[in-house]
Design a protein around this ligand. Structure first.
Ligand SMILES: *[C@@H]1O[C@H](CO)[C@@H](O)[C@H](O)[C@H]1NC(C)=O
Ligand SMILES: *[C@@H]1O[C@H](CO)[C@@H](O)[C@H](O)[C@H]1NC(C)=O
Ligand SMILES: [Cu+2]
Length: 383
């Protein structure tokens, strides 16, 4: 009812986007009402495609991904326990000194793939499938069959310590790190975070981080380097770069994948009326968590929150695609190297993406549709 009423109350946009996209007031954008509505439109459009699907991703099979606070308490606990379970399963790599568990495998794979799956055409499809590979492991190795979560950063920016994801309760992913006084901020242009030390509360307080950090030319980052999990929650970064306004603006203003992916990763202004997406929500979400390995370009994948952060990135892509599926469903942009350095051929939907030895490699094209059934079959529910 509320949705129908506010849809009727706003004028329809007459621009590039499909006529079903309403225009929003700044207050609706800042409160999250706008992205909630966009998420509902995308969900409905994706479900309409599922209803007509011949790919095997049918109505009875499609999985619903939810925001963490909308998952049942048993699912929140089940997810978090399954992650702990993976931390106690054997690695699938051979000869990597720091890879002690199936969870560590995610750090190793991300480390190897980093130069090929960021700031380029593979960014969204690779991380989309990577989350699915984790979902499969949680199910097949650890018996978790509940929904896969996402974290909408913007719901917590300004009160991140109180986030149900980070409050340290038994239904969270553990608390902030212990406070460590520092002189320098986590990033230029931001205040220092409120943690910085080891996580001492909640489910992951006993975790050992085995790999990293990335030292760029120093110690081998794949050596065994056991240490505690550190976090450094940062409201200032969250508010500046991962707010509901930032997220919504990117979805509303990016009319091409080039602008969408570069804007999400803080690559600067590119076309589209010169909209400035600043550091980008991807950077903002990562550094809202911060810490070690959370701040590490390669090994942040060992931070349990990584997958909920990338779940939200994937959800943004899902929304953006499903607002104009005909144009955006299979749209990719760029090459297969980071910032095209070293230069490489323009990526095509048939190009390989690497997931071995965790799962089979697939093509970029196979990861473009979350309800494509190749193998993806899920939608994102708005909160
Ligand atoms: C899987 O992808 C990786 C990374 O691109 C590549 O090195 C490997 O050869 C691929 N394996 C197969 C069987 O294609
Ligand atoms: C999600 O949780 C929020 C806050 O607890 C609640 O207001 C909202 O109605 C929930 N949404 C769904 C789709 O369950
Ligand atoms: Cu990544």
């Amino acid at each position: 009812m509320r949705l129908l009423k506010s849809l009727a109350a706003v004028a329809l946009a007459g621009t590039a986007l499909a006529a079903s996209i309403p225009t929003f007031t700044q207050a609706q954008i800042d409160s999250g009402e706008a992205i909630r509505q966009l998420g509902k439109i995308a969900y409905d459009n994706a479900m309409a495609r599922v209803a007509k699907s011949t790919s095997g991703c049918t109505k009875d099979k499609v999985k619903i991904r939810k925001e963490w606070r909308n998952m049942t308490l048993p699912d929140r606990k089940g997810y978090q326990e399954a992650v702990t379970c993976l931390m106690n399963k054997p690695t699938r790599y051979k000869g990597i000194a720091g890879a002690k568990s199936a969870w560590d495998d995610y750090g190793v794979l991300h480390y190897y793939e980093t130069p090929f799956v960021h700031n380029n055409a593979l960014f969204f499809p690779w991380h989309r499938h990577y989350n699915w590979v984790l979902e499969e492991d949680l199910k097949n190795l650890c018996g978790y069959t509940g929904g896969f979560p996402y974290w909408e950063w913007g719901l917590d920016c300004g009160k991140i310590d109180k986030s149900p994801l980070w409050d340290g309760s038994e239904y969270s992913l553990g608390g902030n790190g212990e406070y460590v006084a520092r002189k320098s901020p986590a990033m230029a242009g931001a205040k220092a975070g409120t943690g910085g030390g080891c996580v001492k509360t909640g489910p992951f307080s006993k975790v050992t981080v085995n790999l990293g950090p990335t030292t760029f030319g120093g110690n081998n980052p794949l050596r065994h380097n056991p240490r505690c999990l550190k976090r450094d929650l940062n409201d200032d970064i969250c508010t500046k770069w991962a707010s509901l306004r930032r997220t919504t603006d990117l979805i509303l203003f990016a009319s091409s994948m080039d602008v969408f992916q570069s804007g999400s990763q803080g690559e600067g202004v590119r076309g589209d009326g010169g909209k400035d997406f600043s550091m980008g929500v991807h950077t903002g979400g990562h550094y809202a968590i911060s810490g070690d390995p959370g701040s590490d370009f390669h090994f942040s994948a060992l931070e349990p929150g990584f997958y909920l952060h990338h779940g939200n990135m994937d959800r943004m892509h899902f929304i953006w695609q499903n607002l104009d599926w005909e144009k955006r469903g299979k749209e990719i942009s760029g090459t297969g190297t980071m910032f095209n350095s070293p230069p490489s051929p323009v990526s095509k939907l048939g190009d390989n993406m690497g997931f071995e030895p965790l799962n089979r490699n697939i093509t970029i094209g196979a990861a473009m549709d979350t309800v494509g059934g190749t193998p993806l079959c899920y939608v994102y529910e708005p909160w």
